[in-house]
Design a protein around this ligand. Structure first.
Ligand code: ZN
Length: 500
């Protein structure tokens, strides 16, 4: 029997078709944010929904399910093939729990909610979004029930973003942060009052990109397998195994935004490009393990590398040469402190790498309370503002800079936020292991010799796709399960009195 006509060959071919639809949807979604004229919007949502529905129907088709069942009993499959089949079987069981009616209702609800959220945010008026959010929260509770969970309904929803992560574990990790880390952040805020005015001068966009591009190419991002375009929000998207794009955004009055976002998105892209996607097209072994791990890769490059002192010791003179009028008189130490200043703020996406986790913790507490029913949507703004006062010492003056700032809930995404913090925690743990195993790590960062670092990530993380769970992958890469101590040590080393 030839490979193509074997059961596994047919299985691969079917997944391939579904994946083609997914990537075609990615192209449309990317175009929507990058090039599409305003009047294209009327039909774009429908086009994306059609592709999404076709992919879902192909996935849950009875003939495919039968094939997957038969393959599960086949004895002569190789190790990789068995893993792919077992994980697809698991994915299929979860997808089958969604009735077509629920999927359609959610699509309609969130498409209306997105528009309402947008209006509510710009008018700073929560009441516009409130009825939509009430429907979404009720539907997410329903979803958690039909998906099933052991302890907390929220666990069922987190699964989409970090399979296996539970309220119990999130509470354990944030419990440790509450005790040791959040008080430390308060003292870092009090001690960190650097002059950062030099970052807000005239920085021509083309020159910003010249430097950003140079750095992400050195990281290993290959423009033959990707490209960068302007978009209102930076993101990374995959169209094919060797076509992984990023988007960037520049502000001519502010230097840091484009550079750190470009490094962040390139970190996501390097992960995508390191997964054996061509070999396992659309299959679990050709996919990222989780969103939190994805975020660990982008945050590692953005914060651990590109905001580090060794990096700027090596690169600062290059940046000064590009912007002599703004930076010639600014010493390295001042610049380094400026790009690492710690200050409480209302907006998550603009937060520094320490206060960021308070923003996440607040969102987590809010989502958990909404899903469990302890919090009603009408009480959300006050609940949110109280938490900002408690954890960051500031109170939003309106809901636009408060509970309306993130798009996630309007999409129906609940359980997404914790993955941002867990990404930082994984990144710190990977960094500790890397420093033990890669000789002269800081020297390499200073010289921009990133190849050994990327190789380490490729070997320990990227190449495995979804072969292991996040926890197993972390154990294999670093020798232990998640230990948030590495993150706290990193923060103290960098922001404590003994650090910079
Ligand atoms: Zn990211």
């Amino acid at each position: 029997m030839s490979a193509e006509s074997s059961n596994y060959g047919r299985f691969k071919k079917h997944i391939s078709k579904i994946t083609d639809l997914g990537f075609a949807g990615a192209v449309l979604g990317w175009d929507q944010q990058v090039y599409m004229p305003k009047n294209g919007a009327a039909h774009r949502g429908q086009q994306l929904a059609t592709l999404g529905t076709m992919a879902h129907e192909l996935y849950v088709s009875p003939s495919f399910e039968k094939l997957v069942r038969e393959l599960g009993d086949e004895v002569n499959l190789g190790d990789a093939e068995r893993t792919n089949v077992a994980l697809v079987k698991k994915d299929l069981e979860r997808k089958k729990k969604y009735s077509p009616e629920f999927v359609e209702k959610m699509a309609l609800t969130t498409s209306a909610a997105f528009g309402a959220w947008h209006e509510a945010k710009s008018k700073r008026d929560f009441s516009i979004f409130k009825p939509h959010l009430e429907t979404i929260v009720a539907m997410k509770r329903e979803e958690a029930e039909f998906l099933g969970y052991e302890e907390h309904a929220y666990d069922a929803l987190v699964y989409d973003y970090e399979p296996g992560l539970t309220v119990k574990e999130i509470d354990r990790i944030f419990g440790a942060l509450k005790e040791n880390f959040f008080p430390f952040v308060k003292s870092a805020i009090a001690n960190s009052k650097p002059d950062a005015s030099f970052l807000s001068k005239e920085y021509p966009r083309a020159k910003q990109w010249e430097f950003s591009k140079r750095v992400i190419e050195r990281m290993g991002y290959d423009f033959d397998s990707g490209r960068a375009d302007d978009a209102p929000h930076p993101f990374c998207t995959t169209f094919a195994p060797k076509d992984v794009r990023i988007t960037i955004r520049g502000n001519e009055r502010e230097w840091a935004m484009m550079f750190f976002a470009a490094v962040h998105e390139a970190g996501h892209a390097l992960y995508e490009l390191g997964i054996p996607q061509a070999e396992h097209y659309g299959l679990p072994l050709g996919s990222a393990v989780s969103l939190a791990f994805h975020e660990s890769q982008s945050r590692f490059w953005e914060n651990t590398i590109a905001r580090s002192l060794p990096f700027w010791k090596g690169r600062y003179s290059e940046l000064q040469a590009i912007f002599p009028e703004n930076l010639k008189e600014v010493p390295l130490e001042t610049f380094y402190r400026g790009v690492n200043r710690v200050e409480p703020s209302f907006i998550r996406v603009e937060a520094d790498e320490l206060t960021y986790h308070a923003h996440i913790y607040i969102r987590y507490l809010t989502e958990k309370a909404l899903i469990s029913g302890e919090l009603e949507v009408k009480d959300l703004p006050a609940f949110w503002n109280d938490l900002y006062e408690e954890y960051l010492g500031i109170r939003p003056s309106h809901d636009g800079e408060g509970c309306l700032q993130d798009v996630h809930w309007s999409y129906g995404s609940f359980g997404y936020f914790p993955t941002y913090s867990f990404g930082s925690f994984y990144a710190a743990q990977l960094h500790s292991a890397m420093k033990r195993e890669i000789a002269d790590f800081d020297g390499k960062v200073e010289r921009a010799e990133f190849a050994p670092i990327l190789d380490w990530l490729r070997t320990k993380v990227h190449t495995h796709g979804r072969r292991f769970t996040s926890d197993e992958l972390l154990k294999r890469a670093t020798g232990e399960g998640l230990n948030v101590g590495h993150f706290m040590e990193y923060a103290r080393g960098k922001y404590g009195s003994e650090g910079a």
